[in-house]
Ligand binder design. Structure first.
Ligand SMILES: [Zn+2]
Length: 146
């Protein structure tokens, strides 16, 4: 299985997934990041790119992705030194965005079950925004199965 454009959340995202399919490129591999994702790489390590999510979740003030440079589809393909880089990048993003709270997650496996649109493994870091001065909205992410 490649990508699953039916899991797109917006029309623009769907169109980009369709374009990736037409060009036969992965939106999160190097060429796809340039031609489909289009947002700049904000940080790079030996094995990963960091970029903003082109389609941030509603209400997020920061939505970043940590994407392996290799087309990794399964969490088992991550080497132990890669986990160290992921931790360092998480800390970098947190400081860079000044995120006091947020979420950090990864979906793996069959896209029909995960709701993800891109099979290329990617870590997501989100931080919310305050809806008013007295309270902030809590995180709402599609992680359950209902
Ligand atoms: Zn890829």
């Amino acid at each position: 299985m490649k990508n699953l454009k039916s899991n797109s959340r917006t029309k623009e995202q769907f169109c980009r997934m369709q374009e990736a399919e037409k060009l036969n490129i992965c939106p999160f591999c190097k060429e796809g990041l340039k031609r489909i994702h289009k947002l700049p790489i904000e940080k790079e390590t030996r094995d990963f790119f960091v970029t903003k999510n082109a389609f941030p979740y509603e209400g997020t003030s920061a939505h970043y992705l940590i994407i392996p440079k290799k087309h990794i589809r399964d969490i088992e393909e991550l080497q132990s030194e890669m986990w160290i880089q992921i931790g360092e990048l998480f800390n970098w993003i947190r400081k860079y965005t000044n995120a006091k709270s947020g979420g950090f997650f990864l979906r793996f496996g069959d896209l029909h079950w995960t709701g993800s649109s891109v099979e290329h493994l990617h870590f997501q870091i989100i931080s919310g925004t305050k809806s008013d001065k007295s309270k902030s909205d809590s995180i709402k992410v599609k992680l359950g199965y209902k």
